[in-house]
Design a protein around this ligand. Structure first.
Ligand SMILES: [Zn+2]
Length: 246
């Protein structure tokens, strides 16, 4: 390898240079001009990232497999497990109630103060409104947006139609523009109902007073527009046969 300084290499437009000295990890090889890093070091770093990704994927796969195994085991050992639980509860009552207290506090904190928690609450409220029952978090892959996207979207809407001062004094409700009752009536698939209801565009914050007066009405122009938008976006007329009786 020919010795060439970084300066010279830069002038010549080369991507790598070679000082003739080894790096702090003992590699005697060229270095990258753009960030001074040793070629060998960077290679190892990126393979570390790959390894991390691999581990992550393996973990996810493993969870799926584990869940299936657990379900089968539980099916075969229902009575044994129940008996065990009952005994465990009897012997550890104090510890359990204390732990539950902790986790309840923690859950409260999580629900109220993190975007993930608030999204979870929104999901369960929406599911309840649609009469779907509970939406386990494993189904959160039905939602196409991240918690932060929801948060930012709603904050944007909030600031858009009121001044900050008013926003602080007025009590706002989170509102599904197309009402859940309409969605539940006009879409058959439960999954699709949930996706449409949770669409980012279908959510806004309105003053609590307005929410009472608008209750579940669909004859507002913005609601009609949103129905059109969402029905087209999710291709509902073609995927679903709408029941005309409603
Ligand atoms: Zn190195």
């Amino acid at each position: 390898m020919k010795i060439i300084s970084r300066k010279e290499a830069k002038i010549l437009g080369l991507k790598i240079y070679f000082t003739g000295k080894s790096c702090k990890n003992g590699h005697l090889c060229e270095k990258w001009v753009n960030d001074y890093s040793c070629i060998e070091c960077r290679k190892q770093y990126s393979s570390k990232e790959e390894k991390k990704q691999y581990n992550k994927n393996y973990h996810i796969e493993n969870i799926k497999r584990n869940n299936i195994c657990c379900k089968i085991w539980y099916k075969n050992n229902k009575n044994k497990k129940r008996q065990y639980n009952r005994e465990y509860w009897r012997n550890n009552r104090e510890k359990i109630t204390r732990d539950l207290g902790y986790s309840r506090e923690w859950m409260k904190e999580w629900r109220n103060n993190t975007p993930q928690g608030q999204l979870w609450r929104l999901c369960t409220d929406t599911a309840r409104g649609l009469n779907i029952g509970s939406v386990p978090f494993s189904k959160s892959n039905l939602i196409k947006y991240t918690p932060d996207q929801y948060k930012n979207h709603l904050l944007e809407k909030l600031l858009m139609f009121r001044t900050i001062k008013e926003a602080k004094t007025v009590n706002y409700h989170l509102d599904h523009i197309v009402p859940l009752s309409y969605i539940a009536k006009n879409i058959k698939s439960k999954k699709l109902q949930f996706c449409v209801a949770m669409d980012l565009q279908n959510l806004r914050l309105i003053p609590a007073e307005d929410n009472k007066s608008k209750f579940n009405r669909v004859d507002f122009p913005e609601v009609q527009e949103m129905i059109e938008y969402l029905w087209e976006k999710y291709d509902i007329n073609n995927r679903e046969c709408i029941d005309d009786r409603h």
